[in-house]
Design a protein around this ligand. Structure first.
Ligand code: GLN
Length: 480
């Protein structure tokens, strides 16, 4: 398993050139991604050209940028100049990004090499990557199972060793869930820590970009690279993150919300999490049972806010300003305006996207707004209050990421509600803008299990410090 540091060492010691390394990864993707389908597209020309530039710098003994030559992948909702960006939708099948997202640009400046774009549930709507218009991604641990979603391609690409890290986007768990299902580390940063400029929006009050990596240390390095204010995204704040490298949980007060261990949680996941918490206690942490009474409403609140904001964000795909245009297809003849709208949205969107647009439009409509959207916002405030109370007594909150182990492809597709239930432990964090990390804590039936740690706003350092202790306890192989 490669890490950022191992690649950095190999490249700077000239054990391998950046170009050879990029070629090795591109070949690996070509060979093994047929089965996994983590990638929707690769970007060999750009990657090899940038690798040659790094090799030139090495040859001329110029200083190398910090991520020089490190191969990575991007969720297909994040723009990279000159590369197709579909958000997993037919609607954007023909769209090639004209510019870099701010996060892509920061990684480019840091010398990281983009291998390609990864598969996802259409516009980020899903928990299994089965809602992609381009076919599902498979879980590298068991090809008959899902990798989680919506950033399933990103998680699978890292778990399968097809790249060293990836960026995903998390609106209600889309980084943490696939990280847990694929046995990698995934961070959903504090809302406002990372720019969303150049990222295709799902629900703008919830969306946040973050890293997938093999190790906590790598996730921390990537987070430090992409975080910070961006004049192009007004939600970002002045915040600089310096990777601090500490590994410690001594005297750390960890809150265990009883609502996260209630009925419905798979007993094998529960056992693994409880055991890990016991081990943290052994390392000097203090465990304390807490209650977050409003989390029982979080899933309902999330699906009202998510669908409402999505219905507004997706209004732009009208085939004129954005998206698939039926008038380009000769057999249609010329359509009138309504005909064009109907065909664009009827053919361009998949069924989950249409379902959410309808639900969201309903929740926002006159006469229903107060009963649904406004009420959801009020409960969101209660939830915020619950977390604020909890953080008066504890430094960190811990629990599972998912109530289930990775499920079989097709198992939940017929029943959207059962798919929504997968998000029960991940959505509260997005509603209250907190940072959370998913860190591997072992396996059951040879399938990975992730543990979720939640910290106060902009306290990602506490997440990383504690996650490194967990990594040391649960998977010594991961420690560099
Ligand atoms: N499963 C969630 C949903 O479908 C997660 C979405 C996300 O985080 N992008 O809304």
């Amino acid at each position: 398993m490669e890490t950022i540091l191992s690649i950095r060492e190999k490249i700077s010691k000239r054990e391998i050139s950046a170009k050879e390394l990029a070629q090795t990864y591109l070949k690996k993707i070509e060979e093994q991604d047929k089965d996994i389908h983590a990638f929707l597209a690769t970007a060999p020309e750009i990657a090899l050209k940038e690798a040659e530039e790094i090799d030139r710098k090495i040859f001329q003994k110029e200083q190398l940028p910090p991520l020089a030559g490190v191969p990575y992948s991007l969720k297909d909702a994040i723009c990279a100049k000159g590369v197709r960006c579909t958000a997993g939708s037919r609607m954007l099948e023909q769209y090639t990004a004209a510019f870099d997202a701010t996060v892509t640009q920061r990684l480019r400046q840091a010398g990281a090499l983009l291998m390609g774009k990864t598969n996802m549930d259409e516009f980020g709507m899903g928990a299994s990557t089965e809602n992609s218009a381009f076919g599902p991604t498979k879980n590298p641990f068991d090809l008959s199972r899902v990798p989680g979603g919506s950033s399933g391609g990103s998680a699978a690409s890292v778990a399968a060793g097809e790249c060293v890290f990836s960026l995903g986007e998390d609106t209600g768990g889309s980084i943490r869930l696939p990280a847990a299902f694929c046995g990698v580390v995934g961070l959903k940063p504090t809302y406002g820590a990372v720019s969303r400029y150049g990222v295709i929006a799902l629900a703008s009050s919830l969306d946040q970009v973050g890293p997938f990596a093999n190790t906590v240390e790598d996730a921390e390095i990537i987070f430090a690279t992409i975080a910070g204010r961006d004049p192009f995204d007004a939600t970002t704040v002045d915040f600089e993150y310096m990777a601090e490298g500490g590994i410690d949980c001594h005297n750390l007060r960890i809150g265990i919300p009883k609502e996260y261990f209630a009925q419905g949680l798979d007993s094998q996941i529960k056992d693994r999490i409880v055991k890990t918490l016991d081990e943290l206690k052994h390392e000097g942490a203090q465990l304390k049972e807490i209650s977050l009474p409003s989390v029982q409403y979080a899933l309902a609140v999330y699906y009202i806010i998510n669908t409402s904001e999505a219905s507004a964000n997706l209004a732009r795909y009208d085939g004129i300003r954005y998206g698939y245009s039926p008038n380009k297809e000769k057999q249609n003849g010329e359509l009138d305006l309504m005909g064009q709208y109907l065909q664009t949205r009827g053919r361009g969107f998949g069924s989950e996207v249409k379902r959410r647009i309808m639900l969201g439009t309903y929740a926002l409509s006159a006469g229903y707004y107060d009963a649904f959207y406004l009420k959801a916002q009020k409960i969101r405030t209660l939830l915020k209050h619950d977390f604020e109370q909890a953080f008066k007594e504890v430094d960190l909150i811990a629990g599972p990421v998912s109530p289930f182990l990775p499920f079989r492809i097709g198992e939940k597709t017929a029943d959207p509600l059962s798919m929504y239930l997968v998000d029960v432990y991940t959505v509260p964090v997005n509603l209250v803008a907190l940072p959370a990390i998913s860190v591997p804590v072992g396996k059951a039936q040879n399938l990975p299990i992730g543990m979720q740690l939640i910290a106060q706003h902009f306290k990602e350092s506490v997440l990383f410090r504690t996650a490194k202790v967990i990594e040391r306890i649960c998977n010594p192989r991961m420690v560099s």
